[in-house]
Design a protein around this ligand. Sequence first.
Ligand SMILES: C[S@@+](CC[C@H](N)C(=O)[O-])C[C@H]1O[C@@H](n2cnc3c(N)ncnc32)[C@H](O)[C@@H]1O
Length: 306
Amino acid sequence: MTTAIDLFAGLGGFTEGASLAGVRVLWAANHAPAAVATHAANHPDTAHVCQDLHQADWTQVPAHDILLASPCCQGHARARGKDRPHHDASRSTAWAVVSAAECHRPPVCIVENVPEFQAWALYPAWADAMARLGYTLAPHTIDAADHGVPQHRIRLLIIATRSRAPLRLTLDPLPHRPAREIIRWDDYAWSPIDRPGRSAATLARIKRARRDLGTDVFLTPYYGSGSGLTGRSLDRPLGTVTTLDRWAIIRGDHMRMLQPTELRAAMGFRDSYILAPTRRTAIHQLGNAVCPPKVARVVAAIQAAA
Ligand SMILES: C[S@@+](CC[C@H](N)C(=O)[O-])C[C@H]1O[C@@H](n2cnc3c(N)ncnc32)[C@H](O)[C@@H]1O
């Protein structure tokens, strides 16, 4: 059976997706105890380590066929805001991938990050380090919506193989799934839109969206609405799920925020996937996660190409 390890394992999107493709994930690590707890609850047969992966002793990690890694993307993502300093220590987490690969030299490494990762000043050095270990890199820019996930989520997936030619996958896009599918209409309480304390800007945005979309049932970015987007049809995939509570749903004169169970579906996790006990942590972990259906397709395609 093909085996893997998962670095920066978070909620477990990589582990879950690889497992769906029949891979046994032997070992998973993250420095946040809350992330390790959620991952372990869902993947009890995987060995878990809670540590800063800059400090890892890779000789203590089991040998494996596939190295899965999703180093921190906050340092690269545009979402972090223009006014933040450009240096961010979290970018250095990408070097842990090189250390792990140097120690074990697995046949395949799959690394996810935001597309801006390739614009990092040290990306050429990082790619060169992987090349010096014998890897040929095939960067793929993939929208999860093309792989059975009801959300547009564009991420960079670097497939590193110990082959002369880069392994470029051709994955046929699947039909898009509408955000409507994730809504649990009757499970949560709704509140009046026009209630005391609701900001004038929110009321104006909802009014504009109602007019622009020509419907009374739609999604709206409640926080982080700086994109200028007023509303979003439920007939399209959801916009990108972030680590902050972002999306609200409007139904007539009532509204509510999307709930973690709905965001879990929007990320492509199964309904039985256990979430963190608090809403804030659950949303944070979901917003950071890799979409399992996409991983399952990618891993299956890599195995078919081998
Ligand atoms: C992009 S998220 C990983 C997402 C994960 N693959 C998933 O599907 O949920 C990056 C993760 O790296 C963790 N992390 C950040 N710095 C770390 C470090 N130095 N050592 C270990 N984990 C770290 C964060 O807690 C976060 O969970």
